[in-house]
Design a protein. Sequence first.
Length: 127
Amino acid sequence: MKSKRTTVAGVLAGACLTGTLAMTGAAPANAAPAAPADWRDCTTNSVCVWDHSNYNGAFLAGGANVPNVGTTMNDRTTSLGNLTRSRICFYDHSSYRGELLASVGPGEWRPNIGAHANDRITSWRTC
């Protein structure tokens, strides 16, 4: 009888643990943001920016050094991706001047760059 109770208690404990993990959505603590599902317009060795979160809206792809994003994307970036092999630094003025707003490593994605940098990027370069 004691063996049967121990088995039942073990099964119940395992079920509770499984249910808890499923409800909390346990994921690795250092999980990187997911890349967009569709990168047709963003090619290897490009830095890509979008004017809305989650890689939506107006889009611009450039090389590792862009001194001015132009009027279409100036002060409009909300999400970005770095498909270069270099760390890229984003600035709030042309020619890499002004405040450093963000630094993004090779292969790194940002579905939302955050309130501080949102709609402020004008240039970027390797750093």
